[in-house]
Design a protein around this ligand. Structure first.
Ligand code: ZN
Ligand code: ZN
Length: 365
């Protein structure tokens, strides 16, 4: 073999498709020519390897082909021709010319959001932000509001996101001649393909300010502290993700802002277990109460109530208090409070109590 694609992607021969993709993404990031420490040669090699190993059919052919080639060489034969992989057409524009290879997600990571170089659009979407928020247990009943402060990119107020000093104009970018993209032809042993990147001078806009904005230095965005009011709805479940559209980072030059995602963590209350809209709690009662029935004071999320224990209650019985559970997210009232009975058997009996239980035994209890 002239090149060992497995070695290039640093994966074993039996690596799964997923592992290959992961390895490719990691290495492509690491060696991307636009990055610090990047290497065009390595990047090319990595792409070449992934073009083959990332595709089931081509990978299979590559595996087979390698074996045939090695055999032919040891037999003194001569190998002729190139790799006869079907479906290779590298004449296209940028990475999109690679047929069915999935470069989309890699590009999204590299250029921050969809759009970017891939779609040829002039602006890219702002970055999404995710934050974690802890809320007290009581908010699942009453809901709540929280103000959080987030450092993020926001539209520059001085130039209103355009990047020019007010009163000045934009002019065509000379580096990319207004296209917003730079194209680099690359020759690999599988053919020639072009690598399109976002123009670094104009960030893909095709235009640059005549006079750059003094506040954002022409970027159109500035880093600032944003106060965000987060409303916690009644019935919130721990782990739920609240999406706040457009509250992520701003995008320069009129692009769509990203979204803010709030992962809500409800602080657990050890007294209750949640099951959908119902709450379950454990209630220890005395042996005598179980036999004779009675009323016990219990605390619920709505305050103390008197709970009636029916005569002859058994261990494990569940008593239901309607409408004292969690408010439904859909607005259908509340779930129930389910009380699981735990009968406490006394460990130590007084002499008198023992005599009485003996009597109960005689009664057949
Ligand atoms: Zn500005
Ligand atoms: Zn440019």
């Amino acid at each position: 073999m002239s090149k060992d694609y497995y070695k290039i992607l640093q994966v074993p021969q039996n690596a799964s498709k997923d592992d290959i993709k992961k390895a490719y993404r990691k290495l492509a990031h690491q060696f991307h020519p636009d990055k610090h420490g990047g290497s065009e040669e390595r990047f090319k090699e990595i792409n070449e390897a992934y073009q083959v190993l990332g595709d089931d059919t081509k990978r299979q052919q590559y595996d087979q082909f390698g074996a045939v080639f090695e055999g032919a060489r040891s037999g003194g034969g001569q190998w002729q021709g190139g790799f006869g992989f079907p479906g290779f057409d590298f004449g296209g524009e940028g990475f999109r010319g690679f047929g069915d290879f999935d470069f989309g997600d890699v590009f999204e990571d590299m250029f921050g959001g969809s759009g970017g170089a891939r779609g040829g659009t002039k602006t890219k979407r702002g970055r999404d932000i995710q934050i974690d928020l802890e809320v007290p247990f009581a908010e699942i009943f009453a809901g709540g509001r929280h103000e959080v402060q987030i450092q993020k990119l926001t539209k520059c107020p001085h130039c209103e996101g355009v990047g020019t000093e007010p009163g000045t104009k934009l002019k065509t970018c000379t580096k990319c001649r207004g296209s917003g993209r730079l194209e680099k032809k690359q020759k690999t042993f599988l053919g020639t393909f072009s690598h399109v990147s976002v123009c670094p001078d104009c960030q893909g806009r095709g235009q640059v300010p005549e006079v750059i904005c003094r506040d954002c230095f022409g970027k159109g965005v500035v880093r600032s502290l944003d106060r965000i009011d987060i409303v916690i709805p009644k019935g919130i479940e721990s782990g739920e993700l609240i999406k706040m559209s457009g509250r992520g980072e701003a995008s320069a030059f009129g692009g769509v802002p990203g979204d803010l995602f709030v992962r809500v963590h409800v602080i657990h209350d050890g007294a209750y277990k949640r099951q959908g809209d119902d709450l379950i709690m454990l209630l220890p009662i005395k042996f005598s109460t179980a036999m004779l029935g009675g009323a016990v004071d219990i605390s619920t999320p709505d305050g103390a109530i008197k709970l009636k224990i029916p005569e002859g209650t058994e261990h494990g019985d569940i008593l239901k208090v309607r409408g004292k559970g969690v408010p439904s997210r859909q607005g259908y009232g509340r779930g129930d409070l389910l009380i699981e009975i735990k009968i406490e058997t006394p460990k130590k009996l007084s002499k008198k109590a023992k005599e009485m239980v003996e009597k109960l035994k005689e009664e057949g209890v």
